[in-house]
Design a protein around this ligand. Structure first.
Ligand SMILES: *[C@@H]1O[C@H](CO)[C@@H](O)[C@H](O)[C@H]1NC(C)=O
Ligand SMILES: *[C@@H]1O[C@H](CO)[C@@H](O)[C@H](O)[C@H]1NC(C)=O
Ligand SMILES: *[C@@H]1O[C@H](CO)[C@@H](O)[C@H](O)[C@H]1NC(C)=O
Ligand SMILES: *[C@@H]1O[C@H](CO)[C@@H](O)[C@H](O)[C@H]1NC(C)=O
Ligand SMILES: [Zn+2]
Length: 525
């Protein structure tokens, strides 16, 4: 292999002679390389066929905050971690045949948040900023305006259709994105009862943790968020100084385990590893008091990775003949839910390592399921003001500096933020590769904000499996729930006219059909 073919260029135009190193495959110098590659991609495209069968299973991978610049940078990082230049690498999600763009705005805000967007892509209805599982008739914080305006998720409808359902996240399981699968709340911050406003208590609104165990019966719940499940008198098993945060004295884990057969609760990796999926129908695993740790900081002996959680979830859920619905979120905090949190902290390295782990989970899911009967959708709720550019040579480290100096004669990183804690007050400091590749490094930003903000531009939707061609063009984010519900013929599309799912095809009716065909072909000989 000609990887790492190195060419030293000397900057001819600059007065100071600048040298830089390019790193790519020698084949790329040849026109035939690109022509062959284009030709192969073209024939692949000509052979893409729509799968018009019913989807038995639905998997939604949600990269919280995973805008397109994040996808590009994570792709290059994945390649660089494998010792390549990186740009030419494919993420697993890059190989999905169908793509669309998603318009992410909330009803009342141009720049959306995870709650309003989750309501759109999970329930099919756009909502207000900060609200979840309710239509935009519910203003943020107004509990009394919740009633009568609840909207139901595809997870809930899939459960009603007899499927098994699960949520896996690297944040607290009560966090906005997973919560819109099962809760209705005028405020995404009402995690536990001690977080409710006086108005919410007076008007009878329940906290999100309470709704987690009392609304839809969910088969698999994996992530963080222990503290909202236990009373203030209960000490955390992992961090002795930490306690539960419930004022109502309820033990919601005990409540959840009640009246369930083959149900388990675990809080550490050893107990999680010991769970036998073939003997378990219900699993709740809460590995941190709040959000899970970043993939980069994860204690692998205590917390499972996103991929490990997802794998266990699929093995438990796919025992159901009627199929399953699984929501998997990498927010960039526990294992998968922390892309968003890394960006908010202005720390691209945390967000991008998380995105690579997210993609690994997508690849593992593909090994555990069949594209013939499983629709897999990968998308983001919103983007970030993360930008990636500058004069970087081929193979430049994702966390590296531009090869040219800025007008202040200092170097700059090619990954930057439009605002956030990386704000430079006064003279911009110089930076070099060793400084900018530190795990804790914050990329520079021109606007001072304690937390970097979400972006407003569209995010991508990647889809494969039955009916995945429904994902095309530029769509409202709320379209995602409609396309997924239709593909699986769940409410409101129970009368969809799809061919039976492939798994069902091996069953008696097909057998009769095949015998008939065989008979016909014998007769015609
Ligand atoms: C909350 O919603 C209720 C019912 O829609 C409405 O009557 C009330 O005025 C709202 N309260 C506030 C503070 O907006
Ligand atoms: C910038 O630095 C000055 C001088 O130290 C300080 O007064 C000011 O509050 C700082 N501004 C911000 C946004 O941090
Ligand atoms: C990078 O910058 C840091 C801080 O200014 C400095 O201590 C270090 O020696 C520099 N490293 C290189 C390789 O230039
Ligand atoms: C589906 O079809 C059945 C039988 O034709 C009908 O009774 C029912 O109302 C239809 N449901 C919907 C949601 O269209
Ligand atoms: Zn966010």
């Amino acid at each position: 292999m000609a990887w790492k073919h190195k060419i030293i260029f000397t900057g001819l135009l600059s007065l100071i002679s600048v040298q830089w190193t390019l790193s790519f495959s020698e084949e790329e110098l040849d026109a035939s390389y690109w022509n062959n590659k284009g030709n192969q991609a073209l024939y692949n495209a000509l052979n893409v066929q729509s799968n018009l069968h019913l989807a038995k299973n639905l998997i939604l991978f949600l990269g919280d905050g995973m805008g397109v610049p994040t996808v590009t940078a994570a792709r290059i990082l994945k390649g660089q971690l494998a010792g390549k230049s990186g740009e030419e690498t494919s993420l697993v999600m890059d190989t999905f045949p169908h793509l669309a763009l998603s318009k992410t705005y909330n009803v009342d805000q141009q720049m959306p948040d995870s709650a309003g967007t989750a309501t759109a892509y999970l329930c099919g209805v756009k909502a207000n900023y900060g609200t979840l599982g309710v239509s935009a008739s519910t203003p943020r914080n107004n509990c009394s305006a919740t009633f009568g305006h609840e909207v139901e998720s595809v997870l809930h409808r899939a459960k009603r259709a007899g499927k098994s359902v699960g949520i896996v996240t690297t944040t607290r399981v009560q966090h906005a994105s997973p919560a819109a699968n099962y809760a209705h709340s005028a405020n995404r911050g009402w995690y536990g009862d001690s977080d409710l406003s006086d108005e919410a208590v007076q008007n009878g609104c329940r906290d999100i943790a309470y709704q987690l165990v009392h609304n839809t019966e969910i088969n698999v719940i994996l992530g963080g968020g222990r503290q909202y499940m236990f009373p203030t008198t209960v000490q955390d098993p992992e961090y002795p100084t930490y306690k539960g945060s419930r004022n109502d004295g309820q033990d919601l884990v005990k409540e959840w385990l009640k009246n369930k057969e083959d149900a388990k609760y675990v809080w550490n990796k050893a107990d999680f590893d010991a769970v036998n999926p073939s003997k378990t129908n219900f699993l709740m695993g809460l590995f941190e008091p709040k959000d899970c740790r970043y993939e980069l900081d994860r204690d692998a002996s205590m917390d499972p990775s996103l991929t490990e959680m997802m794998e266990k979830a699929i093995k438990i859920l796919n025992k159901n003949d009627k199929g399953f619905y699984l929501f998997v979120e990498d927010k960039s905090d526990c294992f998968l839910g922390r892309i968003d949190h890394g960006h908010h902290a202005g720390q691209a390295k945390k967000a991008l390592y998380e995105t690579v782990e997210f993609d690994r989970a997508i690849g593992r899911a593909a090994e555990l399921t069949s594209e013939l009967d499983t629709m897999t959708v990968v998308t983001a709720d919103h983007s970030h003001v993360f930008a990636f550019g500058g004069y970087s040579a081929r193979g430049n480290s994702v966390f590296g500096v531009s090869r040219e100096l800025a007008d202040d004669n200092k170097k700059f990183t090619t990954a930057v933020y439009g605002n956030g804690p990386g704000y430079v007050n006064g003279t911009r400091p110089d930076v070099n590769d060793s400084v900018s590749s530190d795990n804790e490094y914050r990329q520079q930003a021109p606007v001072p904000l304690g937390s970097e903000t979400h972006g407003i531009e569209d995010v991508a939707i990647f889809a494969k499996g039955p009916m995945s061609h429904l994902f095309h063009g530029v769509q409202e984010q709320s379209y995602i729930a409609h396309a997924m519900a239709y593909a699986a013929c769940v409410e409101p599309y129970v009368n969809c006219t799809l061919l039976p799912n492939y798994a069902g095809l091996i069953h008696p009716s097909l057998l009769l059909h095949l015998i008939g065909l065989l008979f016909l072909s014998l007769c015609s000989v």
